[in-house]
Ligand binder design. Sequence first.
Ligand SMILES: C[S@@+](CC[C@H](N)C(=O)[O-])C[C@H]1O[C@@H](n2cnc3c(N)ncnc32)[C@H](O)[C@@H]1O
Length: 208
Amino acid sequence: MGILSKIFSNTRKPEGFFGRMMVNGMNGGGHARMAEWGLSHLTLFDNANVLDVGCGGGANVARLLKRCPNGKVTGIDYSPVSVKKSSEVNAAAIAAGRCRVLEGNASALPSDGNTFDIVTAFETVYFWPDIEECFRGVHRILKGGGRFAIVNEDDGLTGNNEKWEKLIEGMHTYTPDELRAHLTNAGFRDIAVHDDEQHHWLTVIATK
Ligand SMILES: C[S@@+](CC[C@H](N)C(=O)[O-])C[C@H]1O[C@@H](n2cnc3c(N)ncnc32)[C@H](O)[C@@H]1O
């Protein structure tokens, strides 16, 4: 594995020194603008119960807590480095009983069915194994009428994704049509696609 590949594989699973650098990076800059754009398409409400899967450094957990001031937000990530950073960033909300950050895999979501109003996934579905099985898990833990929002920095339509997929083993950049098909097969309905033509950012919101 080349050094670049070694560094960028930390976007898939942050580990060690480079992983800690990566989660700090995820919490700022371009990611923040893109996340705000994605969230602008998602109607949230005051006391929503939200799950953010692949929460990374926890910046989006913090955004969701702010937008649901009487709600609860759970972050989940399979990287202990991400869980630690996300817990630090959201320490006050955790102490107030409004937030939890758990170690776990998108392929085996821990909650009972019909638990969450909203599930979000920012910049992470590229790395999930067996995407339809993961989406079925998201569908299971959502309440009826609950929504699943996927926000990706790349809509897979420009070819720009190829260099990242070469560097990061197991990465796949989904096009809007691919996501629509996988979400439909997993049982979702009313799938809305928002594709930013300038940046090729992608937000897909699906309803249970
Ligand atoms: C590029 S980072 C994005 C982090 C955060 N969502 C953000 O937008 O800043 C991808 C995150 O997804 C997590 N991740 C990838 N595959 C996962 C899986 N199967 N289960 C849980 N977390 C996963 C990684 O550990 C990493 O923290």
